[in-house]
Design a protein around this ligand. Sequence first.
Ligand code: NAP
Length: 454
Amino acid sequence: MIKSINPATEQIVETYDALNAAGIESALTLAKATSKYWTKTELSTRVSLVHALADTLEKTANTSALLMTKEMGKTIAAGKAEIDKCIKYCRYTADMAHDYLADEVVETQYKQSFTRPQPLGTILLVMPWNFPFWQVIRVAVAAILAGNTCLLKHASNVPGCALEIEKIFIKSGFPKGVFQTLLIASSAVKSILEDGRVHGASVTGSEHAGSSVASICGTQIKPCVLELGGSDPFIVMPSANLAGAISHAITGRMRNNGQSCIAAKRLIVHADIYDDFKAGFIATMNEIKIGDPLDEKTGMGPISSKKAQMEITEMLHLVERQGAEITTGTQKIPKIGYYLRPSILENVRPNMDIYDQEIFGPAAMLFKVNSINEAISLANDIPLGLSSVLFSNDEAEQKLAINELQSGSTYINRYASSDIRMPFGGTKRSGFGREIAKQGLREFTNLKTVIIAN
Ligand code: NAP
């Protein structure tokens, strides 16, 4: 039994029966049968269908946004923005697909020599709840444009979103087996990945989920992409526009109710501006309207689940006992629902549990440094490396940050956010492989080398 619970009301939204062994078998059979002809479809056919997908996403935007709000507490405004991003991504990527997937000629002595990306078959997508549509669409559309079929194992708290996404693919005219949702527990992933009808996996989620899926893929010699967690640095130097840095730090840390993989989780601020930055951050944090995620004016809704709320609360209590200082926001929170006030943590030291861990909720660690070199070495001093941000108008500092920060992306003078035109991914224990753009479309392809001698 899989059930979704509204984190704002604590009421059950819906319960679903998990797919049994026979259901999984028929999904695999359909995926294989579909894959046989889908790999051979013209790219122009796939491109048209992805444009149709964008149209359907547009027509069903309100239903999808509402579903996300009900199942995981995202504000309705954030839900609509998420669907809008999915639509733009579908259209942009469909328009670029011929370029992204084109043969690449290599000059040699032969009559012809080139590389050609060819689809692998069926890809299993193991996805998280925090951006229930965007995370799925960005991987699925890339894999499908490249000629693959997809099976989705979504997070257990968003089954309604998972089924709605499948419905949207079908409504858009995709053959039934191109995208299938499997309502299954994570324990069912292993046998699906071991099945010969599945050819790769993409995981977005925790380190635990990523390493578990990657080890199965390793044993099976199947490719995988891992998009895992981060505790990303957000560095602010004296030359930065302070008001802009504060506003971006708030958005970067608190959006999506504080539950974003590339959130600004470690604010690393130069001593000269530390007090002003801290005061501005706390003042802005206290202005965030916390409450009903269905209200368009709400800035922050609840945490996705009771379990997540408890885990974050326990984590904060533990670091407080270990010596960190916590300043919590002053806004009232509703009595019912899994709400948390935003907070900042100071005096976090390397010997504390939280130092190199991700806080997946609205709490930012705040560090004081005396130079850009100290900031960068603190930023790099943990095993994670998803994104990084520098606020500075000093070109030498910008250059240093771009070269030295160990992360999948570096943003200068703006908060981190995936861009539908640029590849996205992490390094170190934040994962490997890329989503979005040419690199994302080619992840689940066999790059065939072709030589025609004469
Ligand atoms: P999670 O608990 O790892 O769940 C993610 C997905 O993996 C869910 O579908 C989950 O299924 C499944 N899963 C969990 N353990 C598994 C296992 N041992 N084998 C196979 N599948 C397994 O993570 P989450 O709480 O949903 O998401 C939060 C994490 O995702 C954070 O660390 C966040 O930073 C990261 N994230 C990363 C990115 C990125 O692009 N890098 C984007 C978004 C989120 P069940 O729900 O059934 O357990």
